[in-house]
Write a protein that binds this ligand. Structure first.
Ligand code: SAM
Length: 419
């Protein structure tokens, strides 16, 4: 992301004078971090009266004519120009849209007025219509300023402290935490003690929790796309069970550990902020093999070969039973984890992933996601867990026979992935 160039086509350039010379946006322009040029539509008028609009065909108010807009556009268009028409009929401006615009080199904003602009110009020249909300303004100048302001904040160095942007609302899809300044007591209301304690870790924990609670109560609609891992203060564990699991005849068996699972699941765990990858097998020979593999990669890493792989494999911890693994989590976390079993088959009482995501954020308890190998977890496990997750479906046909590696990656991305 470099310097973003904005060109604004407007019949009312005077709107922009204060905006472009004030505060953060004004400073960003002076420092050359963004470029904004204002193009007066009247300079491209049809006649010497400065005409840029005419009556709407079929009756109604005034509409901006296509030719002045086209000429204005031609005068500023660059190879990489992206043409935006702020309009109440456009896609709603969200942080995703702002991020997409911040990745462009040159954004041209066409400001409508009166009844709007001639539809043929929109069809021929506009890449995206953007609405700043479901209400109607008199012109596109305020929306253009809103877009420039929101995009500019994402340009490195425009907002003073990098952290200020990272913790804003909608960062990772969540709302911001509440802010306070001096005095510490105002009108009998104290600033929360967590912020005045001087304990940075406590302050950070409190802020993340407030952000989570605010998002849950005010904007639960943000949750599907939110990356909630930074907002959870407790450990997250992925458990891969090789016993008791079912074979294709529904018999309880012990499956074999595979190198692919070890490598791929530990890499997924590392990517999504899982604390430990617990591999369950009652067979000592299999546990020895796992230790051999992880030791091999640790040695390789010390010799400078693929340190990222050993970093991921470091998450692996073996246990001979599920019970021992849960006891170990309990000891580590000083609390019983919330245990969730996964299945590829539909089960009564299973909960949708979004409901589970909400529960995880609400409870902020240690979490253990249990995955089965072979034909899935044995029935006895489902009676002992706190929740069962609905099967992952592709949304196409009935087939959902994913490898356990894929199922882990999909589940982790739903809960902790950032979009
Ligand atoms: N007749 C249009 C309609 O109902 O869709 C409304 C035209 S509005 C009065 C005039 C101009 O203001 C629009 O062309 C657009 O540029 C701008 N505008 C108004 N409301 C807007 C909004 N919510 N978001 C973005 N632009 C808006």
């Amino acid at each position: 992301m470099g310097v973003v160039r904005f060109s604004v086509v407007t019949a009312f350039p005077e709107y922009f004078h204060a905006f472009l010379n004030t505060s953060i946006v004004g400073k960003a322009i002076k420092e050359g971090k963004i470029e904004v040029e204002i193009v007066n539509l009247r300079d491209f008028a049809q006649n010497s009266y400065g005409q840029i609009d005419d009556y709407s065909y079929g009756g109604g108010g005034m509409v901006i004519m296509p030719e002045p807009l086209y000429k204005a556009l031609e005068s500023i268009k660059s190879d990489k120009a992206y043409v935006v028409y702020p309009s109440p009929q456009g896609v709603i401006l969200t942080q995703d849209v702002v991020e997409a615009l911040a990745a462009k080199d040159h954004v041209i904003l066409i400001c409508g007025h009166y009844e709007g602009i001639d539809e043929r110009f929109v069809e021929k020249c506009v890449d995206l219509e953007i609405s700043i909300g479901d209400y109607v303004l008199t012109g596109g100048e305020l929306p253009a300023m809103v877009i420039i302001d929101a995009v500019s904040r994402l340009i490195p160095g425009v907002v003073g402290k990098k952290e200020a942007v990272l913790e804003d609302s909608f960062y990772k899809g969540m709302l911001d935490y509440p802010h306070y300044t001096r005095p510490a007591e105002w009108n009998g209301i104290q600033v929360p003690e967590e912020l005045t304690s001087g304990d940075h870790e406590r302050t950070a924990r409190w802020r993340m929790r407030q952000a989570a609670l605010r998002t849950l109560s005010r904007r639960p609609d943000l949750l599907p796309r939110a990356g909630i891992r930074p907002y959870l203060s407790r450990g997250i564990y992925v458990m891969l069970v090789h016993h008791p699991v079912l074979n294709k005849n529904d018999e309880v068996v012990t499956s074999a550990v595979t190198g692919l699972d070890l490598h791929d699941i530990s890499r997924s765990c590392m990517t999504y902020g899982v604390d430990k990858f617990l591999v369950i097998t009652p067979l000592k020979s299999q546990r020895d093999m796992i230790h051999k593999i992880t030791a091999h990669w640790e040695r390789a890493s010390k010799e400078g070969l693929n340190p990222m792989r050993s970093e991921a494999l470091n998450l692996v911890k073996t246990f001979n039973s599920i019970e021992f693994a849960i006891m170990w989590i309990k000891r580590r976390e000083k609390e019983k984890p919330f245990i969730v079993a996964t299945t590829a088959k539909k089960r009564k009482g299973a909960i949708p992933w979004l409901e589970l995501k909400r529960t995880i954020l609400e409870q902020d308890a240690p979490l253990c996601l249990v995955f089965g190998t072979s034909w899935g977890l044995a029935d006895e496990i489902f009676n002992q867990v706190d929740a069962v997750l609905d099967p992952i479906l592709g949304g196409y046909g009935e087939y959902n026979h994913l490898s356990v590696r894929s199922a882990v990656a999909v589940a982790l991305d739903r809960f902790f992935g950032s979009r």
